[in-house]
Design a protein around this ligand. Structure first.
Ligand code: BGC
Length: 403
């Protein structure tokens, strides 16, 4: 059915989707009204069938209910939690049509709260590090609680990844997903200004998972750097090392770091170093080279400065990851100037994930599109300041495929 024709909205039961009967009884209205309990599905044709359902996932110790939204297009299925606006599962077929979950996560809320190294979470108010948690803005000093050695990481001790977000179903003829919102009060985690954030995750029929970030601040200027911290293993979550994944990264330079993984301020060319992925190269090919930056990071844990011009909807090609055996690919386009390529160096096998497998060092990668770490302390980096009256907008697209 062409996208412009009206589609038939049908209710499907939980059982029909094979996802348990917990919410199967409740009826919902038309797809553009927020579903009250269970499944709202929009039937397509062979072009792809968009569907979305909602189920309870858990309750926080404070008694707040957390839901899981599962949306799909008949080929790719994404599950997202209202806890941290978190991508919990991403199921995609490999070259032979075998569908597996390729994203690291947990099957229960207590593990997210206690153990998660930001698996799939929406990160804010400031993604990656701020040196010593300190910065000044318009002559005033601010202190973010430190949680990574002497530095603040991913928004401080209680970042956006540990908040329960409001969720609203988004459904158009060509895409389905969830808009998550969170209001961060003035002074939360030491950041100035009340920040209202909406992050909309949608999956279309072309297997693009699109993330649209939107934020405004009231009362005081602030700094904002939002990202998502999904970890992928394209051979399937828990299947071992990603050393054999091939990466093409569109970055002529990167920002070297000190021992605490804080950028030195230098923007260094990648040419002639193990940081040059401009031509597709296996992640593991040089990861144990004696380059001092790889020693400091225990692998790749660096911000890359993206190159080239926006080539698709105002977004530029940032990276493509390819797992040669099963053939899965993920291609990233973004409006952001940088991306943290993290090769899962701090995974240490101490807990089991969603498939009951331990995650060890190098078992997954994250590619966190972003402004550069510690920008508030580096005037030569693109600014992360957001002032009242301005709107923060950014988009990143993860496109799934096979090759
Ligand atoms: C950081 C890593 C950190 C990881 C998980 C990445 O964004 O750069 O150093 O270990 O997130 O917390």
């Amino acid at each position: 059915m062409p996208d412009h024709l009206p589609r038939r909205h049908v209710l499907r039961t939980a059982g029909a989707l094979g996802l348990g009967a917990a919410a199967a009884g409740a009826l919902t209205g038309p797809a553009d009204a927020a579903p009250t309990a269970t499944t709202v599905a929009s039937m397509g044709s062979h072009h792809g069938r968009l569907s979305i359902r909602k189920d309870p996932f858990g309750t926080t110790p404070e008694g707040v209910g957390v839901d899981v939204y599962t949306f799909g297009n008949g080929r790719v299925t994404v599950s997202m939690l209202t806890w941290g606006a978190t991508i919990q599962r991403v199921e995609t077929p490999d070259r032979r049509g075998r569908t597996e979950n390729i994203s690291l996560g947990f099957d229960n809320l207590p593990d997210y709260a206690a153990l998660s190294p930001y698996f799939g979470a929406t990160i804010g108010r400031y993604g990656n590090r701020i040196a010593k948690g300190r910065f000044t803005l318009d002559g005033r000093s601010y202190q973010i609680p430190v949680n990574n050695g002497e530095n603040a990481l991913h928004g401080g001790t209680l970042g956006f990844d540990k908040k329960v977000w409001k969720a609203k179903v988004v459904q158009t003829p060509s895409a389905v997903g969830v808009a998550f919102s969170y209001v961060s009060p003035d002074g939360e985690m030491g950041f100035p200004g009340e920040l209202t954030t909406t992050v909309t995750y949608t999956l279309n029929k072309q297997d693009d998972l699109r993330i649209d970030y939107h934020a405004t601040v009231a009362g005081k200027p602030t700094v904002v750097n939002l990202t998502n911290h999904v970890y992928f293993n394209l051979a399937g979550e828990g299947s071992g090392s990603i050393d054999g994944h091939v990466l093409q990264l569109n970055a002529p330079s990167y920002t070297p770091v000190d021992e605490g993984l804080i950028p030195t301020g230098e923007i260094a060319p990648v040419a002639g170093t193990p940081f040059d992925f401009n031509r597709p190269t296996a992640i593991g090919a040089r990861i144990r080279d004696d380059h001092p930056q790889l020693v400091i990071g225990r692998g790749y844990d660096h911000n890359f400065v993206l190159g080239g011009k926006p080539d698709r909807d105002g977004l530029r090609f940032a990276a493509r990851f390819w797992e040669p055996e099963g053939g899965r690919t993920v291609t990233v386009h973004t409006a952001e100037p940088g991306a943290q390529f993290y090769s899962g160096n701090f995974l240490d096998g101490t807990f089991q994930g969603i498939g009951n497998k331990s995650y060890r060092q190098g078992d997954a990668f994250a590619f966190e599109t972003q402004h550069f770490p510690d920008s508030p302390n580096h005037p030569n980096f693109p600014s992360t300041v957001l002032r009242p009256g301005e709107t923060y907008r950014s988009t990143t697209v993860y496109s799934f495929g096979t090759k």
